[in-house]
Design a protein around this ligand. Sequence first.
Ligand SMILES: NC(=O)c1ccc[n+]([C@@H]2O[C@H](COP(=O)([O-])OP(=O)(O)OC[C@H]3O[C@@H](n4cnc5c(N)ncnc54)[C@H](O)[C@@H]3O)[C@@H](O)[C@H]2O)c1
Length: 258
Amino acid sequence: MINLSSNNLFNFEKKIILITGSSGQLGTSFSKLFLSQKAIVIGMDKTESKLKNKNFYHFKLDISDRKKVEKSISKIILKFKKIDVIINNAGISVFSKFNKRKDKEINDTINSNLKGSLNLINAYLNLHKKKKLKKCNIINVGSIYGSLSPDFRIYGKNDNFNSEIYGASKAGIIQLTKYFCVALAKNNINVNCISPGGILNEKKPQRKSFLKKYSLRVPKNRIGKVSDLYTAILFLASEHSDYVNGQNLIIDGGLSAW
Ligand SMILES: NC(=O)c1ccc[n+]([C@@H]2O[C@H](COP(=O)([O-])OP(=O)(O)OC[C@H]3O[C@@H](n4cnc5c(N)ncnc54)[C@H](O)[C@@H]3O)[C@@H](O)[C@H]2O)c1
């Protein structure tokens, strides 16, 4: 039974949380969130991490490299004997117009956003079966642009354009979530997705003119903050979401409602 009067609705103490893209904006915030809950966080990113914490371990690798992912997952299981939560958060975007798309941009986006997540899921699943591991919650990070087309009218010529290949890769993530929900339920692995709307870039904020036009598209009348995603991530990572499986939780202030 859940103790609703307790301050400890979520208990992540000593849970092993693997987060890809852990050096980026969302990944760093998610890492700090779980560290604040006394979890052990394992970050994976192709760049170094600035996070320093005795419960934070960093693996520097490109997750589109299947062999390197397999090796890293093996090392993690060898040391910690389990992974409780995998957050497939690493992703890249390209910002030029679709009619100027380069092959390299297509390959890089698909490799990081789709193949990387597939590599993580498959590498983990092999060991999950082999070592007879217990429950694991996988959370994929999609985007509203996996379900919706951007409204081109809100982008000025100096704004980062939202691209067709990014949206297609995120649509793929939503489908992978459903596929693996069905395929892995018998292994006691839950797979869900969160689809954030636009998030304020804290280090390099989006242009004021864009923020104004974007906010008009949102019933809550503002762009999202990383912290708007926290309770959803905690819930999907926790034991309380056991019967929630294969879902895509859109967190966009209502943008997709009209
Ligand atoms: N920021 C937003 O507005 C927003 C909105 C919706 C969805 N998202 C999604 O959230 C996730 C995180 O976004 P963010 O804003 O923190 O981006 P970010 O660019 O700040 O961070 C992404 C991180 O992923 C890492 N990465 C990318 N490809 C990799 C690879 N192949 N191997 C290893 N590491 C790799 C990068 O090095 C970077 O540190 C992405 O999947 C993104 O598509 C972001």
